[in-house]
Design a protein around this ligand. Sequence first.
Ligand code: DLL
Length: 436
Amino acid sequence: MSNYFQREIETASRDEIVSLQNERIVKQVQYVYDNVPYYRNRMEHKGVRPEDIKSIEDIHKLPFLTKDDLREAYPYGLLARPLEDCVRIHSTSGTTGRRVVAFYTQNDLDLWADCCARAIVAAGGTREDVVHVCYGYGLFTGGSGLDAGSHRLGSLTLPMSSGNTDRQIQFMTDLGSTILCCTPSYAAYLAEGILERGVRDQLKLKAGIFGAEAWTEEMRHDIEESLGIKAYDIYGLTEISGPGVSFECEEQTGMHINEDHFFAEVIDPDTGEVLPEGEKGELVFTCLTKEAFPLIRYRTRDICILSRKKCSCGRTHVKMTKPLGRSDDMMIVKGVNVFPSQIETVLINQGFQANYQIIVTRDKAHHDNIEVQVELTPFMAADETFDRAQATKKLVSGLKGMLGILADVKLVEPKTIERSEGKAVRVIDKRGLYKG
Ligand code: DLL
């Protein structure tokens, strides 16, 4: 049952929300126990039976699930419904070895659309709006998610997908787009194009719904100024559905989590201990209503803080801060999830050693750049016939194949990258994205 129009859920009292979560978690745990051998085995291993989960308070008895578990269960191991009930997949950005595939029933898609519709409403959207969606469509969840939310709301939806700036700007001006949905980097890029073409005063834009990557308050300010809009943050991840797991309202002091569907906990990433509200830790989600791919206590690796402070918008759902960092080493560069280990694989495959450093920068126009400095091996450095230009080209192409994005490669002399006594510092991220 679709419930976007039940606005009362978003403004329900704490008791009402907890009671809904209690009811849903009991059903959901029994459901996964009955339908997913992977969960059943994990629960049995931990000595937990479905009847031990009597309310949401008991959730801490259940084991965590990690991205590695998802990879181990790939592709069908966590599916809770027969394939004939599934109607869609989406997959994380990133690469072959790291892909995670999530499944959806029609009901899952409907509930996800509700969540995204709520986000559009929170950004001031109504059926009169023209919603310009230039998140990527396809395996990525951004395009389909906001598109479905806009349909659910009844707004005119422009399924632009990303790329082709000329066409984006032309449609934006000709059709009078009022709400722009894309990554903050792409919004900044479009803003630049709009200013260059001198068409800013032909725009009808009033709001933007930007997410899928970390962005700073400074970037928000720049985009708001250059486009003359209010810029709202939206968060989500493929494993849990996609965008719309949480979203900002007009107060812009954190993102309300759709906690009737996704139960959030914050844990100490080292010990797994559940932390009280207000403490910083790793965000963990349990899907309370999903049918095809219902993740239980999924560790997102995103670091954040939860808050139940009263919000002036009237919504009562718990708020999360913007992600303040990651508890693993994943970076999002040019919209793509990048792990240093992937870069390392390319280097090793091409005969280099694991002596490298990744430098990520962002220019004034908010374009990301990734440079990989790679030490030559002593053998390469001593070999006069070693063609450095050719080796650089091969690395660039190998990295493009692995990551899907262009990285600059700089070969450096042996022993020039500083060695660390502890954990190697592989990444120097100069973008200053995570604060707090
Ligand atoms: O990025 C889903 C999405 C699409 C969210 C469109 C918002 C808008 P994934 O590709 O699976 O899914 O990447 C999920 O991206 O764990 C965070 O680390 C990061 N992320 C997502 N939204 C935000 C945000 C989509 N607003 C991973 N701020 C998550 C910071 C974000 N990081």
